[in-house]
Design a protein around this ligand. Structure first.
Ligand code: ADP
Length: 160
């Protein structure tokens, strides 16, 4: 039986830290769906279609990864996808508390779904989408922490 996993997140925008997690997940599971959350409450820098496009382009080298978007309850989406695993990345202890709480809540909602944590590469442990946006906005270099497609998009967005 093929094991399908969903890697959900805001990916606003996708960073090399996210890509690292997605690649490692793809080496373990048969199919990985990187899924962009349509979050109506949180205002995003990039639209859902822009976020999906950047993710799709920067993950096109991995044949068992697809990119999608979702809204509503994550566990419902995971079931709808025919998946049984939720992938999340851990950067530091500070991620742990929130991630642990969410994993327990999701287990309560759907005990058959497993949350699978992958630890980041230390070189990406300080990288977040929000810091990338901020650093770029104020003229800092983010070339080493985002894929080229994201770098170009940031340039388009903030340096017009
Ligand atoms: P969310 O809003 O769901 O936290 P993010 O796009 O910020 O969405 O993150 C999605 C997932 O990727 C989370 O599990 C987060 O901890 C993980 N993640 C974010 N940045 C990194 C990174 N640099 N290295 C590893 N994992 C990361």
């Amino acid at each position: 039986m093929k094991v399908r996993a969903v890697y959900p997140g805001s990916f606003d925008p996708i960073t090399n830290g996210h890509i690292y997690i997605a690649e490692r997940a793809a080496a373990i599971f048969d199919e990985v769906v990187v899924s962009v959350l349509v979050n109506e409450r949180k205002s995003a820098a990039f639209s859902v279609s822009e976020r999906c496009e950047m993710a799709r382009k920067s993950l096109s080298h991995v044949s068992n990864i697809t990119v999608d978007s979702f809204n509503g309850l994550l566990v419902d989406y995971v079931k709808q996808q025919g998946a049984s695993v939720i992938i999340r990345g851990l950067r530091a202890m500070s991620d742990f508390e929130y991630e642990f709480q969410m994993a327990l809540m999701n287990r309560q909602l759907a005990p058959e779904i497993e949350t699978f944590f992958i630890v980041t590469d230390p070189k990406y442990s300080y990288v977040s989408s929000s810091s990338v946006r901020e650093v770029f906005h104020f003229g800092g270099t983010v070339r080493d922490v985002v894929p080229p497609v994201v770098f170009d998009k940031l340039r388009e967005r903030y340096r017009q």
